[in-house]
Design a protein around this ligand. Sequence first.
Ligand code: C2E
Ligand code: CA
Ligand code: CA
Length: 718
Amino acid sequence: MPQSFNALYQTTCSAQAYELALTMIDEVFAAKYCFVGRLNSHGTHIDTKAFHIDGTTQPNIQYALDCTPCADAIESKDVCFYEDNVAALFPDDLMLTELGVNAYIGVTLRDVKREPIGILVALFQEPQQFTEVKQQWFQDLAFIVAAQTRYDIDIDKKNRLVAELSLRNIVFEQSKEAIMITDSENNILRVNPAFELYTGYRESELVGRPPGILSSGRHDAKFYERMWQQLKQQGHWRGEIYNRRKNGEVYPEELSITVNRDEDGSISHYIGLFRDISDWKESERQLRFYASQEPLTGLHNRRSFLERVEQHISLYRTTKSPSSLLFLNLDRFKDINDLYGPEVGDKVLVAVALRLQNSVLSSDVLSRYGGDEFTILIVDSTPEQVLFCADNILSRVCQPIRLGELNIELSCSIGINHIDQDVDSATVFVRNANHAMLSAKRAATENIVVFSDKVEGVYLRKIQLRDKLHKALRADELDVAYQPIINNITGRITKFEALARWHDAELGTIYPDEFIAIAEEFGLISLLGQFVLNRALADLAAIHGHGYKSIAMTVNRSATEFNHLLHPVEHILSALETHDIPASQLTIEVTESVSINAQNQVENQLNKLRAHGVKVALDDFCTGYSSLSHLIDVRADYIKIDKSFTQQILFEHKHQVVIASLIKIASELEMEVIAEGVETQEEQAKLQEYGCHFSQGYYYSQPVPLDKAIDLLHRYNN
Ligand code: C2E
Ligand code: CA
Ligand code: CA
């Protein structure tokens, strides 16, 4: 069934549209009678605008609404229908009996204010079953017909106006703006037709009376005082004003009043120009709505949220009513986006927004602050209550989300900042909550952190390190240490892992776990990566110079480096060329999480590198995303078992099983396994028992400077 309505949009006049609508009813319903009717201005009669019997066009008719099913339909907001015996239900509607009508379906046509303006009806001699699909179709059709009817009514009005105006003259008569002229005493002399239209008053009702008759009562005496004062001083006033129509309706308008003076300078008239701005006001309201809403979730946007917080802070200064700010960030949201696509990402955000809405009170202010960040202003609550609320939010948000076949696991980090004397602006209030959130993100065990001096200290150190790292990178003050990787069959060193080292004169040694994160966060990682790569390859050339020509180098790369650099692959290849190192002697280590998404652009770059002969290692395997089945999709030369996992090999049966299977599967898939963090002879023995290809760890050596690395080669490889 449902027929497409497209053709209706292509009709050129209303008569044609109505005809087509009835033809469609004939086709879908095979009605005995059907018609489009317009309600007369008193609401008592229907004048048909198109009328069909048995599918053929008939002359139009007029009928009284009273006691007919149409009268009921006019009242009804939805589809009004009777499937059988309608004539018996409306015994006073003689026409129904006369026409032998048994079933009825009708929908009221309404104007933009939802007032009835007409009706679309079909009548049947046989009993009918109006299924939901049929009702919906009929209602949709009526919706389009109503639009046409509204248009007709507008045109009729305009035509009437033009007819009247042609009888009168001048701008005054034709103006779209309502005009009122008062005498020097401010009594009404004349008003134009537009004015009559807007206000509902006839000119004859107004002449001789003061304009106060239109007053809405919304403006106080001061408002009018100021208006008159300006009129007297400047001869002109313009502003927005609420007036009242004859029917009592208050409406906003733009009013401009000009003083007209005689030749002698005394006031002869006031001329008032009105423009109804209700529509405009409505659009303004909507605009304001959109301006303050984040379109995806319907929550406050950042700007509107900050405004609310700002208001709250000034209130706090007098009321001292406690409040807190929650800053929530989804963990690994980017992975969800990368893995399932942005549409799924959007659905997740909407679902989270809904969960948050269900977790707070309506007096709290909730915003999507940006990306996967949400902020909540919790008002009138003690720190204990806020913590309880945050716990509740955490457990709700961390429920898996089901989207069709997908089951998406979620987690998040929450930072809390309680208001106090020191909070002097919304941005500081939010910023500190954000810092607390970041510290929750860094912490392995906590998902909720309350802002404190300690959190602030961490933040300050971060900023300090960022600045120092920047300087150190420019001044070439970083170092690279080398940790040997041992071939478990030969017992010889096959390669070194290059690890960045940083010693600051003031702060001492800063460890990569701290400064790599900072470099990533503040966009310094590419600079750092290039430095390490160049230094490592230069040092490898030196190692080769000592006669150890088969030694290879492995270098860490962050995923962000692949995304930041314009030509990440070309950079690496040109460094190899500069130092005259064969591509096969370089391995690039990326963490396992990076390659989880097969379409990921990082993966593409890695494949390009492999095509050039560069090797790829998956670092930190068995953490976070570990899944043996994932191995099948992975295209890498080496898998590196994370040190946290290696170090359990003697104690945890589970770990033993995983490591043994990993080595077996990887070998079958032509990948080799490197165990990291090997510290003891026992661990090394176990790994060898499982057939692990390579080992790396303090058992053999700490990461050491180049000269020490060469000493190690003398020891192991001679
Ligand atoms: P990673 O790539 O997993 O590097 C191995 C880390 O384990 C190194 O820490 C190393 O010193 C340490 N390690 C080696 N053997 C043992 C052992 O037997 N026991 C224990 N407990 N630890 C051992 P490091 O040098 O502090 O580096 C930490 C992380 O920083 C690295 O983890 C790597 O992810 C990152 N990193 C280091 N240098 C760079 C770099 O140049 N670029 C990038 N993007 N990341 C780097
Ligand atoms: Ca590594
Ligand atoms: Ca690792």
